[in-house]
Design a protein around this ligand. Sequence first.
Ligand code: SAM
Length: 385
Amino acid sequence: MSFTIRYDDNNQELMVAGSMSPQSAGELGELRKIFEKSARTVNGTLYLNVKRLIRLNNIAFHELAGLVARTCQEKPELKISVVTSSVVGWSARKFSKLARISPNISVEQYDKQFYPGQDVLEDGGFIPILRTQTKMTWRHEREILPRHGLKPGMAVADVCCGIGDFAALIYKEFTPSRLIAIDHAKPSLAYARKVAADFGIKGIEYVYGDASQLLLDDNQFDFVTCRHSLQVFDRPELILKELFRICKPGGRVYISNEKNSHCLGEPRAESIQWTYTEVAKLWDHFKMDIELGPKSRRYMMDTGFEDIRMESFMVTNLDGDPQDFADVIQAWEDVYAGKMAAERGDSEEFIKKFRQGFQDHIFAALHPKGYAGWPIWVASGRKPA
Ligand SMILES: C[S@@+](CC[C@H](N)C(=O)[O-])C[C@H]1O[C@@H](n2cnc3c(N)ncnc32)[C@H](O)[C@@H]1O
């Protein structure tokens, strides 16, 4: 049995994490002591955070339920809010039983709607974007990754893996000793598992998880990647902190992000520029920062990384077949000027102009004398030994 219990007075939050499987209630003295003390001191709402409680046997559940019930009797004005996570499958179901004890107890799943762009990203609508993008970026990344420290035989985690294609390519190219790929979008993970099965790849562990609350131990991986994902989260520093935590001392964390307003093309540069500036504003509406790329250095320094390496590369229509580049832009148009613009409530007139910029970018990409570009920033940092 290994669990931690901590009380944070600032948030009136009692955090219970780990695996709680005692043989007898007598082993839970510490839990009782901290629970009762915090319940005595708190007014208003006491938050019981079980987001990282991965195992709980019946003895422990009854003990917790007893503590909650007694608190409700002794302090009838106190509210208790139990916070679970969908990542721990049984959690919401089991803890919802506590809500029957008293109307003052509520049980919520914190990651049901935990960031503003979530439904856009998690309903599978992003899959075509992710599919087309990797086709264009991998030729650059396979050269760049070794410069940031990726070597064969390493233990690697790809956090926010999307449809898992990056993990699959790393697996083939760099033969890691362990490769775990994590995402919070179930349709993307289902797609990833299917692709891996189709290609006969057996060595990747695809795991449902929350990047800001990983159920992984500290200091596990030599190389941790997180591609195009800090930019979709409204608090990227929380994810970066987790990437830092699971990385081994001396290991490296590698991130890539965009600055979409710097997408460019000739001819029709002006319309293209206008549309991508609007893309940045649209993402900002959903509290996502698609301009994050050049800010990576600051984020990494603030998290405590050292030996920070940073570079940028431009995906262009001259990288292979220009139609592949055009497919990426079309996938962006479909989602950004489709679901996202509609959800923001944009006018028909705006959407028409917005779409035109994407079409002009495609025109530039496919024009025999045209040039179209999509810039990406990569950064990596070492966790101090
Ligand atoms: C733009 S996609 C990038 C996917 C992939 N890394 C790639 O480069 O193709 C961002 C991904 O982050 C995932 N994501 C966002 N927030 C997450 C969280 N808190 N935990 C895990 N995954 C998350 C989304 O589900 C989505 O698959």
